[in-house]
Design a protein around this ligand. Structure first.
Ligand code: WTA
Length: 644
């Protein structure tokens, strides 16, 4: 397909935007020529308890120790709440819409501050103090934000775990960080279905000895078991607590949160984000990439437990005193018009979602969208995976009525905030491209040997200099941090993604180049999936690869060899899918289980996933180099058994 001409910035948008194209270039040049000046100024827009005197320290050499604003102290909840109270105390901070359309709540900045302060005091009473980890296993309800900010208020570190994760996944994470308390709910509701959160939590807690207190939010009112002494009702704690909670000032480099993400080994990585640098980067990127103006109503549909929501539901928008919409449910429930009805109900101005949601709604046709007004929308956003041009055009034309710029934002759990994205008043758009770097971000492309590619070209995407929002370490495993991000291309941060740069300097992300699959914008390590499948008693061996999936972007394709005595049945196929769901969570359900009596291997016994990936993609005429296959006879058999 011939690339079409870039979409210019719509005049009506440009008229009120923070920056035009010349403004972007000037500010970008300054940000890389004088990072201390640029980021120092951005940081001074926050409230500091003790001002910093140094901006940036360290680089990507050696063990990649990087520090920002290190001698300053601050509190994240003060920056998101207290400093807005005088001017915006009565402004809604959270417009919450539950799974059922009539279930709604509004919390003003003052309400949120009150709840956060009370829960902060309650946590202190439960013995949680600065530096302690607090697990949060909640649906997308206001209490999830209250819990995160209350944890931050007392200088503790939050660890949100997706409420769709299994008890086993929760326990693994609570144990890795040694969480002292857990905040959960009786049940969660999504798409009309109930999930027994407290029951899952209880199962996890049986194997998480570090957790001494559990706070249970009443979401549905279901009867749930209570363990006296350990379990507390959120509502009782908050009602009894003092509403005045002096915030604990922490060092800029003290951790704000930990978030687990899949890597290329079986163990999820506990990515650590700091307080100062992370807040500066999220606040500034929210302001410029979403072109925030006073009174804006921002809706990011990500679940609160993903990094997207940490940065662009919670910290970025609240640091800018925005009003956020928080939605508990799923895109198509009860009808495919749900998203757009919510946009109209709350007069949403910026709407940020994942390509997988756009594609699933596109499949329902234009009618449910066109039945709504969407007049309030100024800006659309995309995150989590490359957005294919077909979905981009539909999103632009049908959802945005052709008048809203789309910001395709490229970043990662580890980067904390946006790295590459349009500045909507400044950047002509090309559908499918994340366009140009954000301020202070210096991307480069390198080939497999680490040679830098100049001008247009394609290669591995690396970032050449530190930025404030970047993760500082992997919890209790700094060696793995250095190994994962800084070893392959010394002196540079390796994203694990491939990218192309065109003649205009625009970046086009081409997908992961490591053993990570991106399913509906969620990262899953193939090794983690293989380990889960192979732990089934009837399985001898498993190999997992990604394959193109019309809605999810990538699907999970599992080749499975059973132990000789067990027959390959449809019943066992279903059992294996359920097995993975209970071990990791429903998002990890394999789409295809492909029985194989053996898998292609090299002479040292390593499974050749490259060949299996081509077969999964249907590229059976071109399997690439086969000279290393020690058992080539298995290949025709595997191809022969590929589902049509
Ligand atoms: C992919 C989500 C193309 C990429 C914020 C990255 C994208 C991984 C985009 C991080 C985008 C994210 N275009 N690919 N706009 N955004 N990705 O940690 O492969 O859940 O490495 O962070 O998603 O996923 P994560």
């Amino acid at each position: 397909m011939r690339p079409s001409a870039p979409h210019p910035v719509p005049a009506a948008f440009a008229a009120s935007a923070h920056l035009d194209e010349a403004g972007y270039h000037a500010l970008y040049r300054r940000s890389v020529a004088d990072p201390d000046g640029f980021w120092g100024e951005a940081a001074r827009a926050l409230a500091w308890t003790r001002p910093f005197t140094r901006v940036r320290e360290g680089d990507f050499s050696g063990d990649a120790q990087v520090r920002w604003f290190a001698d300053g102290t601050l509190n994240a909840s003060v920056n998101c709440l207290d400093r807005h109270l005088a001017s915006h105390g009565d402004r809604p901070a959270i417009l919450w819409e539950g799974d059922e359309p009539e279930d709604r709540r509004t919390l003003t900045y003052r309400d949120l501050h009150d709840q956060v302060s009370r829960l902060a005091n309650a946590l202190t009473t439960l013995g949680v103090g600065p530096g302690d980890f607090v697990g949060i296993y909640l649906p997308v309800i206001p209490e999830a934000i209250v819990a995160a900010l209350a944890t931050a208020r007392i200088g503790a570190v939050h660890a949100l775990v997706f409420s769709g994760f299994s008890a086993e996944s929760l326990a693994q994470r609570l144990n890795d960080c040694g969480a002292k308390a857990l905040i959960t709910a009786d049940e969660s509701r999504r798409g009309g279905r109930l999930v027994p959160l407290k029951r899952n939590a209880d199962q996890a807690l049986a194997e998480s000895p570090s957790v001494r207190s559990v706070v249970v939010v009443t979401r549905t009112g279901a009867e749930v078991p209570f363990s006296p002494g350990r379990d507390h009702r959120y509502e009782n704690l908050v009602a009894a607590a003092d509403p005045m909670a002096p915030p604990v000032a922490v060092g800029a480099e003290d951790p704000l949160f930990i978030l687990y993400t899949s890597g290329s080994t079986g163990q999820p990585k506990g990515v650590i984000h700091t307080t100062g640098g992370y807040l500066v980067h999220t606040a500034l990127s929210y302001k410029y990439v979403f072109d925030h103006h006073d009174g804006d109503i921002h809706w990011c549909t990500a679940d609160i437990a993903w990094v997207t929501a940490h940065s662009y539901v919670l910290y970025g928008p609240l640091a800018n005193a925005a009003t956020i919409v928080l939605f508990e449910g799923v895109p198509g429930y009860p009808t495919p018009a749900r998203f757009w009805e919510i946009v109209d109900r709350y007069h949403v101005t910026s709407f940020y979602t994942a390509p997988t949601a756009v594609r699933s709604l596109m499949r329902e046709g234009d009618a449910p969208v066109l039945a709504t007004s969407r007049h309030s929308l100024r800006l659309l956003g995309s995150v989590g995976e490359p957005i294919n041009p077909e979905a981009w055009h539909w999103y632009h034309r049908v959802v945005g009525g052709g008048r809203c710029p789309i910001v395709d934002t490229y970043w990662q759990t580890e980067t904390g905030a946006i790295l590459i994205a349009p500045i909507p008043g400044a950047t002509p758009l090309k559908p499918g491209s994340a366009t140009r770097p954000f301020f202070g971000v210096q991307p480069a492309l390198v080939d497999g040997e680490g040679n830098e590619i100049a001008g247009p070209g394609e290669g591995h995407l690396v970032i050449d200099a530190p930025w404030p929002g970047q993760a500082r370490t992997i919890h209790r495993d700094h060696a793995r941090y250095v190994d994962t991000y800084f070893r392959r291309f010394p002196g540079r941060y390796f994203t694990g993604d491939g990218a192309r740069r065109d003649a205009d300097g625009y970046y086009w992300l081409t997908g992961r180049v490591d053993d990570v699959i991106n399913v509906s914008g969620h990262r899953l390590g193939t090794v983690e999936l293989e380990t889960a499948i192979a732990s089934h008693p009837k399985v001898a061996e498993a190999a997992v690869v990604g394959f193109p999936h019309a809605i999810k972007g990538q699907g999970i394709y599992a080749y499975v060899t059973l132990k000789a005595e067990f027959p390959e049945t449809d019943g066992l196929r279903r059992e294996l899918i359920d097995w993975v769901r209970t071990r990791i969570g429903p998002i990890a359900s394999p789409d295809v289980i492909h029985w194989a009596s053996d898998l292609p291997k090299n002479r040292s016994g390593k499974i050749l996933r490259r060949i299996l990936a081509r077969i999964a993609r249907g590229e059976t005429d071109d399997l690439g180099d086969r000279t290393t296959v020690a058992n080539p006879d298995v290949i025709p058999e595997i191809i022969g058994r590929r589902a049509a």
